[in-house]
Design a protein around this ligand. Structure first.
Ligand code: PRE
Length: 358
């Protein structure tokens, strides 16, 4: 073969490549416009029927040399790329998106500024059981310079026969103890109708993993002027988690802390699987602070320190963990809560890795 022929053919191919490039991007720009229209009209971006029609038409006009299955394969990849472009554009439009707001959201909770680059701890018992129990933990929390006290008053439990929490009485206990030690209260609310009432007692409304897609609860939390700590659902993808936060911000409340608390996988060595890479992904995709709940993600006391270290190393804004004066007799989650000396050792171990324990 004449080497000049090869050069000529390659020149031709270069030209075709450039034409294809232009056409592929022209197509992508049209797909983006369709995506915007679909967004406005609330339509599904993925449309398999439309994809089938286009493939049938392409096969009808296909004169080779590529066979039909190859043509289908190539165009399915093109459709997939178009769909991803539409989804990417959609994500950038979200109010929680960092593309919309490049600066970090900093949430001021009684002077504790979550998202300011320092490490923040949220500590307290799994469930409020009594005034004395909460007071003992609050005293230790305060003694160690921590401001954010957690405690469950409404407990969504797997079994209806397990302790369901003290309800409003639990919130009252939390408030009076927190006031005594100048702490802020974070507590889970499970019913949209309770939000208004809870505002008198809590400084941060927690929406738990099991309620991450309770859209009426998300809307109700979005309607009030209180920070919200939103936990990732047990089997929620990161995109679903971000959309749950979007429900809250879309109603006007942008003070949202995201909390990775482990997801359900086939692994049984831990209670849930801590999805540590969710932390930098959430921080890249959104402007919201991100915390890690090491207690629920592991379900194991022996893993609290290493997972908390990992969370801080990967950029978490805070750590949540459970503390009980006597975990052995706790009414919930007894295997995973720390007693007070263990909690103090936990803080001591982590102090080497935090910017400031506050
Ligand atoms: C498009 C993209 C995604 C859909 O699954 C179907 C088709 C495409 O790339 O052709 C465009 C589009 O959104 C549409 O025609 O509805």
């Amino acid at each position: 073969m004449n080497p000049n022929d090869l050069d000529q053919l390659r020149d031709k191919l270069d030209n075709v490549n450039l034409q294809l490039l232009e056409l592929v991007n022209l197509r992508a720009a049209i797909v983006q416009q369709i995506g915007q229209l679909k967004s406005k009209q609330g339509m599904n971006r993925f449309d398999p029927v439309r994809e089938r029609q286009m493939l049938d038409q392409l096969i009808h006009f296909n004169n080779g040399p590529f066979d039909n299955s190859t043509i289908e394969h190539i165009f399915k990849e093109i459709f997939k790329a178009g769909l991803e472009l539409q989804e990417d554009d959609h994500r950038k439009e979200l109010l929680v998106s960092r593309k919309r707001k490049p600066d970090n959201t900093i949430i001021d909770i009684k002077g504790e500024k979550v998202g300011d680059g320092n490490t923040h701890f949220v500590m307290g018992p799994c469930a409020v059981e009594s005034y004395e129990q909460v007071r003992e933990v609050a005293k230790a929390v305060n003694r160690n310079g921590i401001k954010l006290l957690r405690g469950g008053a409404f407990k969504p439990r797997t079994s209806p026969y397990d302790f369901q929490g003290l309800g409003v009485e639990g919130l009252q206990i939390l408030r009076s103890v927190a006031d005594e030690f100048d702490l802020a209260v974070i507590s889970e609310i499970v019913n949209p109708a309770h939000i208004e009432k809870a505002i008198d007692y809590v400084d941060v409304i927690q929406i738990g993993a099991r309620n991450m897609q309770n859209f009426e609860l998300l809307k109700a939390a979005g309607d009030v002027d209180k920070p919200v700590l939103l936990k990732r659902g047990l089997s929620a993808t990161i995109a679903e988690f971000i959309n749950a936060a979007e429900y809250i911000i879309s109603r006007g409340n942008g003070n949202i802390i995201l909390c990775e608390r482990g997801i359900r996988t086939y692994e049984t060595a831990t209670r849930n699987t801590l999805d540590i890479s969710a932390v930098p992904i959430l921080k890249q995709e959104t402007h919201l602070p991100v915390m890690v709940d090491v207690t629920h993600s592991t379900g194991r006391r022996d893993l609290l320190i290493p997972t908390a270290k990992a969370a801080l190393a990967i950029g978490a804004d805070g750590i949540m963990a459970e503390v009980h004066p006597d975990p052995a007799v706790a009414l919930s989650d007894s295997a995973q809560q720390m007693d007070i000396p263990t909690f103090e050792n936990f803080l001591q171990e982590l102090s080497k890795y935090t910017t400031s324990i506050s």
